[in-house]
Design a protein around this ligand. Structure first.
Ligand SMILES: Cc1ncc(COP(=O)(O)O)c(C=O)c1O
Length: 364
């Protein structure tokens, strides 16, 4: 497997056009962002100074919250937000989706560092609904909702369902926290501003290196009591670096540059998913994307799909994905996120790549 996936990666790296993403994450990403900054600009120091404070104010305003704090990572920001809500409500229980980032990608930080017990809501393969939330036991301090739910292909609840969940939580005194790692990417589908969506939540985290394509960095927004407490926790977690300006300046640069492109990324994802769904043994999840991302599921073994993809890359110069994950012996999947590269593709060659992929898989 390891060898085969390396071969797919090599074939992908040799293609002339790559379909997903914003391009390679080289040092040029930082150089480009810093190029337009005056070299005499004074860096931030331990969370103070114009560079960090102005970006925090800008994002607080954008998200419609009284206050915001810049963090080096979303992992740190969210564990801290949940800890603060638990302390404020005097319980150690939070609720979230079984496949949310905190549960499967953070080495149990929330449990190990904060002694917080998560209640896993909903089945793994679907979104949390109002009915799930109504079934919560007493004593839950905060419900975390991830928009979109990445591990199930980037699905979204309707805005009405979100409003109903928010109203229920408010009535029950349950705080609502937004994992908005990809919030910007949801805006075209909802047809709402970020502030309108965040108004349903007591606190929100957003990321600057997903669709925005920066280097790293996160904002946690909420009331001033929450953000002030979060600064203390940031220090305790070792996240209060003397200077965070490389992350802040690049976050700001790519936020300005890519936020206006979210609609085009979303349209690209819808178009590309249609091409995937035209291949016999492939379907996307969701069938019609609601953001710039979706998952591709193939009912063939991973090595078979990899071999077909390598042939397609070689014949068309189009790289569809760098990796494929095995689901079981008969199925595999991978994730696609649309960024800047999609609009630069020759569409006739892209369509040819899918015709060839279909032929390759039919011949196996
Ligand atoms: C949904 C979601 N939440 C939180 C995070 C954590 O972000 P960070 O990598 O900045 O810690 C990620 C990162 O991939 C994510 O996808």
């Amino acid at each position: 497997m390891a060898n085969e996936s390396r071969t797919l990666l090599e074939a992908y790296n040799q293609t002339e056009f790559q379909v997903p993403g914003n391009g390679k994450r080289t040092v040029q990403v930082l150089k480009e962002a810093l190029d337009r900054v005056d070299g005499e600009t004074v860096g931030d120091q331990y969370g103070t100074g114009p560079v960090i404070e102005s970006f925090q104010t800008k994002l607080a305003d954008y998200l419609g919250k009284p206050s915001a704090v810049f963090f080096p990572s979303g992992t740190m920001a969210q564990q801290i937000a949940l800890r603060i809500w638990c302390d404020r409500l005097g319980t150690k229980k939070v609720a979230y989706h079984p496949l949310c980032h905190l549960e499967i990608h953070e080495q149990d930080g929330l449990k190990e560092l904060h002694g917080i017990e998560p209640i896993l809501l909903a089945d793994k393969d679907r979104l949390i609904t109002l009915e799930d939330v109504r079934g919560l036991p007493d004593g839950v301090a905060v419900l975390l909702l991830e928009l979109p739910q990445r591990e199930i292909g980037g699905q979204l609840p309707s805005f009405e369902e979100l409003e109903a969940i928010a109203a229920y939580c408010r009535r029950k005194g349950i705080k609502l926290h937004l994992d908005g790692a990809r919030l910007f990417e949801t805006l075209p589908y909802y047809g709402k501003t970020a502030a309108e969506i965040c108004s349903l939540f007591d606190s929100a985290y957003v990321s600057f290196y997903k669709g925005i394509g920066g280097i790293a960095g996160a904002i946690l927004a909420g009331d001033t009591e929450l953000t002030e407490a979060s600064k203390i926790w940031k220090r305790r977690h070792g996240g209060d670096l003397i200077s965070l300006y490389p992350y802040i300046l690049s976050s700001d640069y790519y936020f300005e540059r890519r936020l206006p492109k979210m609609e085009s990324y979303y349209r690209g994802a819808v178009e590309l998913a249609e091409l995937y769904n035209g291949v016999d043994s492939i379907e996307t999840r969701p069938a019609v994307p609601v953001t710039n991302m979706f998952h591709v599921h193939a009912s063939v073994p991973a090595p078979m799909l990899e071999a077909a993809l390598i042939a397609v890359y070689g014949q068309t110069g189009i790289g569809l994905t760098a990796r494929v994950n095995s689901v079981n012996e008969e199925a595999c999947s991978f994730e696609i996120s649309i960024g800047d590269l999609y609009e630069t593709l020759p569409k006739d060659r892209l369509r040819r790549a899918f015709l060839l992929l279909n032929e390759q898989l039919a011949a196996k």
